[in-house]
Write a protein that binds this ligand. Sequence first.
Ligand code: ATP
Length: 306
Amino acid sequence: LIQLAIPLNFIGFVYREIRQGLTDIEHMFDLLDVQAEVIDRPEAKELTIGRGAIAFKDVHFAYDPARPILKGISFEVPAGKTVAVVGPSGAGKSTLSRLLYRFYDVQQGAITVDGQDVRDITQQSLRGAIGMVPQDTVLFNDTIAYNIRYGRTAASDAEVEAAAEAAQIADFVGGLPDGYRAMVGERGLKLSGGEKQRVAIARTILKAPPILILDEATSALDTKTEQEIQAALDVVSRNRTTLVIAHRLSTVINADEIIVLKDGVIAERGTHGELIDRDGLYASMWSRQREATQAEEQLKRVRERD
Ligand code: ATP
């Protein structure tokens, strides 16, 4: 009986491991709110990655053929530069990042990375070259260390801690009774949106990919959290080809180029200064957001006084 119990126990262990693995993958897809729809071509090659220059060439895309979302989008993110995409809600900003990560294929045109069409390379090699900081990070039901180390499973404790430091989350972790061994996720400690995003940034710092996609949280963050996240993002995007999907405008000021998306086309493009001078859509979005922020701050001051 004992002889039988050991293998059964072992099978139980393996089963739990596999189950956990599947749960993690399911979570990853939940978190990005997409299904695996794209499959590799039989002759797909590994991506030959240099510094990760990205090009969108006349990209057309619709989730539903009756409703085109992108109608001929062309822009480049030169190696090591940062391009930010802004535009009204539903304009298709996050869709651009999903196409680059190849959750979907373009229906016309092409997306290339270092000159290679993403449809001709394996998804695994493409995604290995990209670090994705999504809007809403779902954490695994495991320790903080596990959640950060997910970026590079072979990383040492010291590397995990250095990444946490760079992502501005180390002080928070230091204040937890169990520190890096604290359990997080649905069955553990619940982290705020800003804390979760910084865990995702720490993960990406460990992964150290040539390309970054930052899909900014839509929700308003308080000024301090926003500054901490911005500082963490500055560290991670330095010298990396970065595509920022900006839902708030405060993060785009230093981008090398800003793309303003509207009704499926690029309505305006340029640096922050150029677009403000142009006094068009970007300038009006900017002044509206400034007014909204000022009103919020005023309200907060009134509340604090009372
Ligand atoms: P926001 O700033 O509000 O996040 P966004 O510009 O990032 O908006 P996307 O998420 O790219 O917008 O979505 C563009 C459009 O495509 C929206 O109208 C959205 O409803 C639709 N859409 C997004 N994902 C899907 C999907 N999986 N299936 C069908 N339609 C979708």
